[in-house]
Design a protein around this ligand. Structure first.
Ligand code: SF4
Ligand code: SF4
Length: 539
């Protein structure tokens, strides 16, 4: 942590009293630690986005296009016509307040404009002013606000303080999804060149090389070869990881952080042990070398373009179906958008396990199966030899990543796997897991350094629940199935709950899996000596 990071004691002094000033006042103080840096103009140029320039949110003049207001209002009009859900969300909120205290950014900051209802109201008030009769005639009396530069700056601040996690939507009696409002807000901001670097750099990299990190095909191959060598040293088994193999049965796609990031990389090793053990006929692709899709944090058009490459590669390589790794928003894109954007993928087959014969009918449209569904099915059919004592040095809890839990309902499979591969598993409190899970506080492209204070605030409710199981059961490992979580939870826990590490579910599978041809295993996949022997303590 930087020296300027406030102490945990200081951050927990959260003032929940409403401020004196009227909420309609759009003035925002861009305080260091609470906002993200704008995108480098070279990424906008590369992607063909509007208004590339050097600017800072703290500048008085944002160098907007002269007709910026018309651009935004026209963009808003088009989206109201195109997305019926968005129009509905603009009209039906009754301000009941059920969502108000459900956002982690509100809980961690006390800023009322981080209440989901008020976040949406920032754009809804402009909608009322320009697109409803009452708003046109009566303006503020009908809840309308003029679209001023200050309002635009306020949008930038608060739509980049929403992780699009959808927790608020679980509690809204009308099903209003504030994440969708944020997505439209960001899309509108993009029309006038107001975007952040941590989102647009990965998008530009993905366009250029097929993955967020900008890894070239030969670098991708090098990193896979390195993992194969390491695994051989650890287990005595040299696995085979084909790349761009035409005619393989399965295309495996995972987030690019798995190739280099820590602890992501250990999950990659876990996948490879599993695929080797069951003899899966698979291939990876040096072009579809990214499961994540930061287009989701930019615009619908960008989501579509980045998702398409996975399916183009599946077609080019002639695989039967696609297996997806531990990723967050990849699965939201798959479950909520892919089918109408790039699907149905009729040229592929319904995913069917070559080991158990299970046909995964729920994936019949996308033809893409989650690795946890695949592995849980293998375990349930008794196809894996597992030794949970190899994970006895971990006392584990599970963080439901927002997108797999709320956007695809993947709740049971990871838990089932963890209970089979770990002797000690403990749930966090009920209102912080499953559909009600708390976000890591850094999703949707906010996992950068310059806004660390806001991330620590937003991650406070998640960390608080981890602290509960850490103190009560001695939990020392938080398992999760999202690449962003694996990157952002370690610093969050180091700050709020030191002594708890983060791992992917398939790292723990790889530890417990007894491969037929393996040598003596004395350490786990991260090199920690195995303890062995403890009995189960599931709770
Ligand atoms: S819970 Fe739904 S209806 Fe109630 S204030 Fe929030 S968004 Fe509006
Ligand atoms: S989507 Fe998540 S971050 Fe955004 S307002 Fe709702 S609860 Fe907050």
């Amino acid at each position: 942590m930087a020296d300027s990071t406030p102490t945990p004691e200081a951050l927990t002094q959260i003032d929940l009293h409403p401020p004196d000033r009227d909420w309609r006042d759009p003035a925002v103080a861009f305080r260091k630690g609470t906002f993200c840096y704008p995108a480098n103009p070279k990424h906008l140029e590369y992607l063909g986005l509007a208004n590339p320039r050097k600017w800072q949110p703290t500048d008085a003049d944002w160098h907007l296009p002269e007709n910026w207001r018309q651009i935004i209002l026209k963009g808003l009009e088009e989206r109201l016509a195109k997305y019926r859900s968005f129009r509905l969300f603009m009209d039906i909120c009754v301000r009941c307040g059920a969502c108000a205290d459900k956002c982690h950014f509100y809980l961690g900051s006390g800023d009322p404009k981080n209440m989901p209802v008020l976040r949406a109201e920032l754009i809804r008030s402009v909608y009322r002013r320009y697109f409803t009769t009452a708003g046109r005639l009566f303006g503020p009396l009908a809840g309308g606000r003029e679209l001023t530069e200050q309002v635009l700056k306020e949008w930038f601040y608060y739509f980049y303080q929403c992780t699009e996690c959808r927790r608020c939507s679980v509690f809204c009696p009308y099903g209003i999804d504030t994440a969708e409002v944020t997505m439209i807000g960001r899309e509108l901001l993009n029309l006038v060149g107001c975007n952040i670097n941590w989102v647009l750099e990965p998008v530009a990299n993905c366009y250029r090389t097929g993955n967020h990190l900008g890894i070239q095909p030969h670098g991708f191959k090098d990193s896979i070869d390195f993992a194969v060598d390491e695994l051989a040293e650890m287990t005595g088994v040299r696995v085979e990881v084909p790349i761009n193999k035409k005619g393989a049965e399965v295309l495996f796609v995972t987030p690019s952080a798995d190739y280099f990031g820590t602890p992501h990389y250990f999950t990659l090793l876990g996948y490879f042990t599993l695929f080797h053990e069951i003899g899966l006929d698979f291939t990876m692709s040096a072009f579809a070398s990214e499961g994540g899709n930061f287009g989701l944090f930019t615009s619908h058009e960008m989501v579509k373009r980045l998702n398409a490459k996975i399916y183009m590669e599946a077609r080019r390589l002639g695989v039967k179906w696609i297996l997806g790794g531990e990723c967050g928003h990849m699965w939201r894109v798959l479950h909520q958008y892919m089918d109408t954007m790039n699907g149905p993928a009729d040229f592929l087959e319904v995913p069917t396990s070559p080991v158990t014969g299970t046909r995964f009918e729920h994936a019949r449209s996308t033809k893409m199966l989650h690795i946890c569904e695949f592995t849980a099915d293998l375990i349930r059919h008794g196809k894996l030899r597992l030794d949970p004592s190899r994970n006895a040095h971990w006392r584990v809890t599970f963080h439901d990543s927002c997108n797999p839990s709320r956007a695809m309902g993947l709740l049971e499979e990871p838990r089932y796997i963890l209970r089979q591969v770990c002797p000690s598993f403990h749930e966090m409190p009920e209102n912080t897991i499953r559909e009600q899970t708390f976000c890591c506080g850094s999703g949707s492209g906010l996992g950068t350094d310059e806004n660390l204070e806001m991330r620590l605030r937003g991650g406070f409710p998640r960390a608080n629940a981890v602290r509960y199981v850490h103190e009560r059961y001695g939990v020392n490992l938080l398992a999760c199935i999202c690449a962003i979580d694996k990157a952002t939870l370690p610093p969050l826990l180091e700050y709020w709950v030191p002594g708890v590490e983060v791992a992917g579910v398939h790292e723990l599978v790889g530890n417990a899996l007894v491969m037929r041809d393996e040598g003596p295993r004395t350490a786990d996949l991260r090199g920690t000596p195995l303890a062995g022997g403890e009995g189960p303590t599931h709770a």
